[in-house]
Design a protein around this ligand. Structure first.
Ligand code: T68
Length: 833
C-alpha cells in the first residue's frame, strides 16, 4: 500500500548531482585539505589522526548539506505532515561510515586518502560512537529515523544531547566497573549547534487563576526557575535518495535572566554554580534500561527535551500565523515509551494557557497529535511519577493531568455505572505504594493509538497490561513489529554477504527493498552458492577474531561454531541459562561423562552491560568471566570450549559480532521480551536462532520455518500456569542430576579459587526464587542445544538453513516497520518533489 523506497543513484556518486560539491578524487582531496588547513589550522604533515578524522568527516558532510536544506525546503513547500519522534534515547552508532554509504563516496574517499598516504580504516576507528541510549529502545529510534529519511518521509527526531552517553564498561577481576563516556572530548564533526535558537523551559513554582480580558477564568503558571535548551542538529541521510532529515538534540544551559539575577546580587561564585546546576540536566544518560528509579533529574530531563521540542514545532517549524486547529494535519508526535509522555499535558498547557484555547478544543487536537509505543511487559518498567515530585517540579502539569483524569473517569463512570473497582483500576492516579501518576495510562488515554512492538507483545499488552483500556477502546490498540535498518546491519556491517547478495540478485535494490532477499531462496539448494556463503561467514569470523585480539587481547579460534549472546544483562533475558549450558558441557568433561573428543568445538561469545545499581546482574557478569577464565585456561578441554566476553558491548562491536555468528541466543522467558531486535539482526546475517516463543522470535520462526529455528521452552501460558502452581526451583534442581552437578560445580568454588561463597548470591537467587524460571527451562534448553549440534555436524545443511534465514528476513527491515506506522498510525505521505 506504500511505495517502497528507490534510490535515485544506486551505484554511488552521480557526477551530475549539483547538490554535492565532491564527486571526483581530486575534488575530495581539495575538500579534505581545505577542512584540514582552514578548518583545523594544521598542515597534513603536522596533523593528528583526530585532525584527519574531523577534516574527513567535514568533507564528507559537505555532500549532505545542500540536500539537507533542499529536503527542508521541499517539506515546507509541500506543507507536508511530519513525524516528530520523541525519544529520550538515540543509539546511533558511528556516523562516518553511514554518511559514506548514504552519499556513495566510499571509493572516492578511499582512493583520495590513499593518495595522501592515509588509511580510511584507521580514520574510521578514530570515531567514538554516540552512545546516547541504553539498548533496544534507543537503537530502534536510530533505525526508524534512518528508514524515514530513506523513504523520503518528513521526520524530525527530538531527543537529548547527553554530554555523557552510556557508560564505558571495563572488567576488573571480572567485575564490571563503569567509566564515564566522554564521547565529545575530541570534538564532534557531525553536529550543528544553534545557540541563537535556544528556547527557555520553566520549572517549579505555583499556579494562580485570573480572569482574562474576555471575562473567562483562566490559570497561569508562575514558575520558579528556568533553563535554556540549545538545539544541536544532526543530519539523518537517506540512502542515496538525495534526502536528509534532521535529528534535533537539546543541550541545557543557564538562562541569562537566571545569571543576571544572581550576578546582580553580587554573588559571582553562586551565579557560576547555578549555571552548573542548569547544565546538569543534559549531563548524563541514565543507564537503567528497565527499572526507572523516579529520580527528580530524570523527570527534569524528560520535561526539558519535550518542552523544547513542542515549542520548536509550534514556533519554528510551523509557518507564522498557523491555525493550531489544524495541528493534527501537520504533525504527529510519536512517544517512544513513556519517557516523553509529559508532552501531553505540556501541549494542553500551551494550547489552553498560552494560546487561550478552550479545554475541549485543545483536548481534541491533543488526542489526534499523539501516539504511544510501549516497549515492555515488566510491571516494574512501567513508569510512574510521585504526585509530590510532579507537583513540585511541574505544578501546572499536575493540575492538567488531574483534569484529564477527572473528565476521563466521568466517561468511564457513564460507561460502567457502579463499577468503582474498574474506575480505580483505570485511573491515571494510583494511591499505591504512594500517590503517583501512571504515565502509560496517561499516554493511552491521550494517544490516538497505542502499539506494542511485536505481535505477541501487542497481544499481551492488550490482554494483560491494559485490558480495561483495550476493552473500552478496542480500535486504539495496534501492533507494529519492530525492524532494523538494512543499511547499517547488513550492507555496512557485512560487506562480504552484501556483495554475494548483490552478485546473486544482479543489483543493489535489496538494500531498500529487503523482501527481495526472497530471491535467494532457490540458491539455498545450490552447493556452489552455499560454499560462497560459508566462505563469507569464515572471513567474518577471521575479522572478528582479529578485532577482539587487538581490542580486548582475546584469542579466539576461527574454525569453530560461534555461539553468541549479546544484549543488556537482565535476569529475564536469562544469561544464566546460557551459562548453565556452558558449565554443563564443561562438567560433563570433568566428570568423564563425555569424552573431550566428543564435544563439539564452540566459542561462546557474550556482550552485556548491567545497570550500575543492579547487583545480581553484576554478579552474573562476574560469574561469566570467572567461568570463562577457568574454561579457557583448562588444558583438559583442549580449546574445544572457549568463552569470550569482550567488555563494553556497543553498536560498533555489534557490527562485528553479528556477521560472524553461527548461533543466535534469544532465550528470554516467554512473555517477557517485548520484541528484541538483535534477534532480527542475527537472522538477517545468516545465524540460526535458538530461542523461546517470545517477542519477535515468534514471527522470525514463522517466517524462516520451524526447520530453520531451534525452538525450546515453555510458552507464555505455561509460564503463568507454572507460577500459579507454586514454582519450586529447588525441586527442579533436585530432580535433575545434571543440573544439580552443574550448579554444585559452581557452588564448590571451582570457578572462584575454591571460594564457595563467591557466587552464593547467584546460586541462592536461582535456587531460592528463580523469578524468570531458568531452571524450569534448563532441560529443554539442553535438548535444543543437542539439536543444534546435530544440525551443525552437517555443514551443507546448516548453510542451507542459514541462507533461508537470510532470504526470509526481509520482513524485519525497519522500512517495513515504517510502512506499518504510516498506514496504521501516522498517515504521513512521502514528499515527492
Ligand atoms: C526494549 N526496551 C525491549 N528499554 O526490551 C525490547 N527502558 O524487547 C525491544 O525490542 C526494544 O525495546 C525495542 O522495542 C528497552 O530497550 C530501554 O532501553 C529503557 C530505557 C530507559 C528506561 C526504560
Amino acid at each position: 500500500s506504500y511505495p517502497s523506497p528507490r534510490p535515485t543513484s544506486p551505484g554511488g556518486l552521480s557526477p551530475y548531482d549539483k547538490d554535492a560539491p565532491i564527486h571526483t578524487v581530486d575534488e575530495f582531496i581539495n575538500g579534505f585539505m581545505d577542512e584540514l588547513n582552514f578548518g583545523r589550522g594544521v598542515s597534513l604533515a603536522r596533523s593528528s589522526r583526530n585532525d584527519q578524522y574531523i577534516a574527513l568527516s567535514k568533507a564528507v558532510r559537505q555532500n549532505l548539506q545542500a540536500r539537507w536544506m533542499k529536503t527542508l525546503a521541499r517539506q515546507y513547500e509541500e506543507q507536508a505532515k511530519s513525524v516528530a519522534y520523541l525519544s529520550a534515547e538515540y543509539l546511533l552508532g558511528r556516523q562516518l561510515d553511514n554518511a559514506l554509504l548514504a552519499t556513495g563516496m566510499t571509493d572516492v574517499v578511499e582512493e583520495g586518502l590513499d593518495a595522501l598516504g592515509l588509511s580510511l580504516d584507521r580514520l574510521r576507528a578514530q570515531e567514538t560512537e554516540p552512545g546516547l541510549g541504553n539498548g533496544g529502545l534507543g537503537r530502534l529510534a536510530a533505525c526508524f529515523v534512518d528508514s524515514l529519511a530513506t523513504m523520503s518521509v518528513p521526520c524530525i527526531g527530538y531527543g537529548i544531547r547527553y554530554e555523557y552517553g552510556i557508560f564505558r564498561q571495563e572488567f576488573e577481576d571480572g567485575w564490571q566497573v563503569e567509566h564515564s563516556d566522554r564521547w565529545l572530548a575530541l570534538g564532534n564533526p557531525w553536529e550543528f549547534p544553534h545557540p541563537e535558537h535556544a528556547v527557555t523551559v520553566h520549572f517549579g513554582g505555583s499556579t494562580e487563576t485570573y480572569t482574562d480580558d474576555r471575562g473567562r477564568e483562566r490559570t497561569r503558571w508562575l514558575p520558579a526557575w528556568d533553563v535554556q535548551g540549545v538545539p544541536y542538529n544532526y543530519m539523518v541521510p537517506g540512502y542515496r535518495n538525495g534526502r536528509v532529515n534532521t535529528l534535533r538534540l537539546w543541550s541545557a544551559r543557564a538562562t541569562r535572566a537566571f545569571d543576571l539575577r544572581i550576578f546582580n546580587a553580587g554573588d559571582y561564585v553562586e551565579a557560576v554554580r547555578a549555571q552548573t546546576f542548569a547544565e546538569n540536566i543534559s549531563k548524563v544518560l541514565y543507564p537503567e534500561d528497565s527499572t526507572p528509579q523516579g529520580k527528580e533529574l530524570r523527570l527534569q530531563q524528560q520535561y526539558f527535551f519535550v518542552a523544547c521540542s513542542l515549542r520548536d514545532q509550534l514556533e519554528n517549524v510551523l509557518p507564522k500565523y498557523f491555525d493550531l486547529a489544524n495541528l493534527p494535519d501537520r504533525v504527529i508526535f510519536q512517544l517512544n515509551d513513556t519517557h516523553p509522555v509529559i508532552a501531553i499535558p505540556e501541549l494542553m498547557r500551551l494550547l489552553v494557557d498560552e494560546k487561550g484555547m478552550e479545554w475541549d478544543d485543545a483536548w481534541a487536537i491533543t488526542q489526534k497529535c499523539f501516539a504511544y509505543t510501549c516497549h515492555t511487559l515488566l510491571p516494574e518498567a512501567l513508569e510512574v511519577w510521585s504526585v509530590e515530585l510532579l507537583g513540585k517540579l511541574l505544578p501546572r502539569h499536575l493540575e492538567i493531568i488531574y483534569k484529564i483524569n477527572e473528565i476521563f473517569l466521568d466517561e468511564v463512570r457513564a460507561a460502567y455505572p457502579g463499577d468503582e473497582i474498574k474506575l480505580r483500576r483505570m485511573s491515571i492516579i494510583t494511591d499505591h505504594p504512594e500517590r503517583s501518576v501512571r504515565m502509560a495510562y496517561l499516554a493511552t488515554i491521550a494517544g490516538s493509538k497505542v502499539n506494542g512492538v511485536a505481535a505477541l507483545h501487542s497481544e499481551l499488552l492488550r490482554d494483560k497490561v491494559l485490558p480495561d483500556f483495550s476493552a473500552y477502546w478496542p480500535d486504539k490498540f495496534t501492533n507494529v513489529t519492530n525492524g532494523i535498518t538494512p543499511r547499517r546491519f547488513i550492507r555496512l556491517s557485512n560487506p562480504g554477504l552484501s556483495d554475494l547478495i548483490t552478485q546473486t540478485l544482479g543489483d543493489e535494490g535489496w538494500v531498500t527493498d529487503l523482501e527481495r532477499l526472497r530471491e535467494l531462496e532457490p540458491h539455498a539448494d545450490d552447493p556452489a552458492f552455499r560454499e560462497k556463503f560459508r566462505q563469507v561467514k569464515a572471513a567474518n569470523k577471521q575479522t572478528l577474531a582479529q578485532v577482539l585480539s587487538t581490542r580486548d587481547n582475546i584469542t579466539l579460534p576461527t574454525d569453530v561454531m560461534y555461539d553468541v549472546m549479546v544484549k543488556r544483562l537482565h535476569e529475564y533475558k536469562r544469561q544464566t541459562l546460557k551459562l548453565l549450558h556452558i558449565v554443563t558441557l564443561y562438567e560433563q568433561i570433568l566428570s568423564g561423562k563425555v569424552a573431550v573428543e566428543d564435544v563439539m568445538p564452540r566459542a561462546f561469545l557474550f556482550g552485556a552491560k548491567a545497570a550500575p545499581g543492579y547487583r545480581i546482574a553484576k554478579e552474573i557478569i562476574a560469574l561469566i568471566n570467572a567461568v570463562g577464565k577457568t574454561v579457557n585456561n583448562d588444558p583438559q578441554v583442549q580449546g574445544r570450549l572457549t568463552v569470550a566476553f569482550p567488555a563494553n558491548y556497543n553498536v560498533t562491536l555489534a557490527e562485528r559480532l553479528i556477521p560472524a555468528a553461527d548461533l543466535s541466543e534469544q532465550i528470554s522467558l516467554a512473555g517477557k521480551e517485548a520484541s528484541g531486535t538483535g534477534n532480527m539482526k542475527f537472522a538477517l546475517n545468516g545465524a540460526l536462532t535458538i530461542g523461546t516463543d517470545d517477542g519477535a522470535n515468534v514471527e522470525i520462526r514463522q517466517l524462516v520455518g520451524d526447520d530453520n529455528f531451534f525452538l525450546f521452552g515453555m510458552l507464555e501460558p505455561e509460564v503463568e500456569a507454572t507460577i500459579a502452581e507454586g514454582y519450586s526451583p529447588v525441586s527442579v534442581y533436585e530432580n535433575n542430576p545434571q543440573l544439580k552437578a552443574t550448579i554444585d560445580l559452581i557452588a564448590s568454588g571451582h570457578f572462584s579459587d575454591g571460594d564457595r561463597n563467591r557466587f552464593e548470591p547467584v546460586i541462592s537467587n536461582l535456587l531460592g526464587e528463580d523469578r524468570f524460571l531458568a531452571l524450569a527451562d534448563y532441560a529443554a534448553y539442553l535438548e535444543a542445544q543437542q539439536r543444534v549440534e546435530a544440525a551443525y555436524a552437517d555443514p551443507d545443511d546448516w548453510s542451507r538453513k542459514a541462507i533461508l534465514n537470510v532470504a526470509r528476513s526481509g520482513f524485519f527491515s525497519s522500512d517495513r516497520s515504517m510502512v506499518d506506522y504510516i498506514d496504521r498510525i501516522w498517515h504521513t505521505p512521502a514528499i515527492t518533489q
